[in-house]
Design a protein around this ligand. Sequence first.
Ligand code: ATP
Ligand code: MG
Length: 833
Amino acid sequence: MYRNNLNKNLENTSKHQQITCTNFKKNLENINTLSENSQQTFIRDTTKILDLFKNPITNYKKNVQKENVSIKKEEDNTVTIKKDISIITDMNKVIFNVLIGKKTMRKHKKWDDDGTLEVIGKHAILKDIKGNIIHKAIVNPEVLTEGFRMYIDNKEIEIIDRVLPKYMLNRSIPEKILEPPAKKLKTSISKPYLPLECLYKEIKLKCSPFIMPSVNISRDCKKNMLQNEQEVSVDTCLVNVLRPHQRHGIVFLYECIMGLKVPNYFGAILADEMGLGKTLQCITIIWTLLKKGPYGYPILKYVLIVTPSSLCNNWNKEFKHWLGFHRISPYVVNAKNKPNNFKKQIRNSIMIISYEMLIKYQQEIEQIAFDLIICDEGHRLKNNDIKTTKVLSNLNCKRRILLTGTPVQNDLQEFFALIDFVNPVILGSSSEFKNYYEKPIVASQCPNASCHVISLGTERANELHEKTKCFILRRTQEIINKYLPSKHELVIFCRLSDEQEDLYSRITNLWFSKSVLPNNNISHLTLITALKKICNHPELFYNEKNDLYLNKVSIKNITRKGYYGKISIVQTLIKNLKKTNEKLVLISYYTQTLDLLERVCNMECLQFLRLDGNTTSSTRSKIIEQFNSTNDNNKIFLLSAKAGGVGLNLPGASRLILFDSDWNPASDSQAMARIWRDGQKNDVYILRLLTTGTIEEKIFQRQINKANLSETVIDLNYFSSIKLSTSDLKDLFTLTTNTNSLTHDLMKCSCNGYKTSEEISKESHQENNREYQFLIKDKIPNVKNLTINQLLKWEHYQQPIPNKIIQEIMLSEVSDNITFILKNSILNKTKLN
Ligand SMILES: Nc1ncnc2c1ncn2[C@@H]1O[C@H](COP(=O)(O)OP(=O)(O)OP(=O)(O)O)[C@@H](O)[C@H]1O
Ligand SMILES: [Mg+2]
């Protein structure tokens, strides 16, 4: 009966051989015994299928990828095994994408065109991109692999990759995988359930083609089309590496820049949290649309990527990493490569330029008709009056992508500026936006707002959200947690040394006695800077040139004493690091502090690298690459948060210290995100150092307490324009000495100074609602800064710090000088390869 069915199926379908079985195991055995007629191929395949089920993942790679076998559970509990035999007939023909150039002996080859090489046995036909035959030749098929170069007549070609055969493109993998009946399979096939699912996931991810959604092509448009509609599929070399969230991101970008989201608008904001691979998502969209488009011809010819100078080479490297050297060579604008020469080379299609160079070469850039602009770390365009924003907005290019890992701050003017850059005038003019959205929304947040004002503000906030949500995408880091090793984040509260305390109170006394201050913020700022320097190291303060108050401090009678707070903590960690294979990234906002830390490295005879504002961009990429390579001897990377806090990948280190903090919480999270990224193989420890009871704690508290208020985006440049109340200032200048952690005191935490991970999981169900809520907080992709609420769910350790905790962070020797620790761990027990 079964054989009859099978034969019937085979007769009825010329392309497919199908087996439908009611009893999976039994019939697989039956199939094995078949020996009739044309079933030979089939039997061979079936053996593979059985084999496949025994060891699905490895065998899948061996078999399914090559042989187009699909296995499906039908609604009536039957299993369908399907083999597309069109492969067999097509099997002899292999097609490669190739680069074609003139035959030359030059070392640096220039390619003139794309094409294909169709190979049947030893016979090869070289065709241009339109399918016209250029040459025929005899080749050795065994050597035809990616990157292989050869001459065909007067042409030189390089193999890019193998074209995915049609059958692969048409193959669909079932969305929902049903499992075969448990009992029947249990006896003969080991662990059938989980592996089967894994197998399908694997098939789905690795093998299914990745095709962009179709575009509705109007009749008029069709008439004008030179070529046929085309399926926009992503190159196989990228499909296999993309994570699910990246695929989603790529479709989102495609829909935005093709105008499918909002008619006549072509902009997108990809605001994924740091480390989610925004670069790869952009590379995929660029590479795909440089080759293809839904109308039968490529959508992009020239692409402009604007990025902070520290990241120009990183972009270049990522292109090469994901696409290989042979596919693309972006044009990085630098002292040698001027924008004017960009179009002189026929194969140039991608220009990478820093924001500074963009302004410098504004006129030359304006001459090039770019089809897509990508602005990396695009939050710097949050002010539409600055030159960079103006230059970019004036470029005649409708497709614009803004990338930012620093979330859009909850400041409506900044939000407007970013939106207006990617989709000009979608929210009206600046003044229209102010009147229609900003004023009512801000008014509704005032504590005494009437019901009417609140309801109007809410209505406008909702409207704004609705209008913008479809072209803004933000995913959080949790999405990639599973691909990364464990992360331990610790806030370490360090004791002030006696000398630091002495100096510090002299400054605060000056402020309270009002002996140096006229009443303006600049002077407050000068003293705040002095306090921050003292916290970092008294020497930074002694080197201070400001006579205005220094003579009042009378530093001569200060007794110099040995221990210096945070710096001693760093020194101990560095000493202990020597005994391990691990590396450390050491970050400060001040170059003077980096100088000091450099001296500590020298004292401990440890090799280090340093990246600050003075590092040239070519050196930057070199040292980053060097530090990340496994055979490099530099143990420490000294990094200026201002020069290189954003975008850098430093997974070569598994430990990071943020030595001082910024007023802006986003800058700190940017800096701290440098090592826990893809490519990291070890568990990471990220330490933020705060000096107990001082201004450093106050800055941290402002970050966690009012993280959503726009006033916390103050940085030193803005400081003078911020009106701080007298009580705010008093608080900033108060030194608290009788505490282990002022921050912990303020949390009103019920723990007795110790809260372990076990206790946290016990109390995790109790929700605390002290978090500050900004009205449109959830409406605009917002800053996800640390809040007091979250810190209450961290581990808490006061003096004496438990051995286990202090040993992990290699600070046992200075345990007495650590007054408190806040710790949070994201654990990943899966072994990463
Ligand atoms: N699918 C992937 N598989 C493996 N590694 C990946 C993948 N996607 C990205 N990466 C790697 O992850 C690292 C971080 O990616 P990327 O620099 O693009 O992050 P980002 O989103 O731009 O973060 P930031 O906001 O900090 O700039 C890079 O080293 C990149 O090569
Ligand atoms: Mg980036």
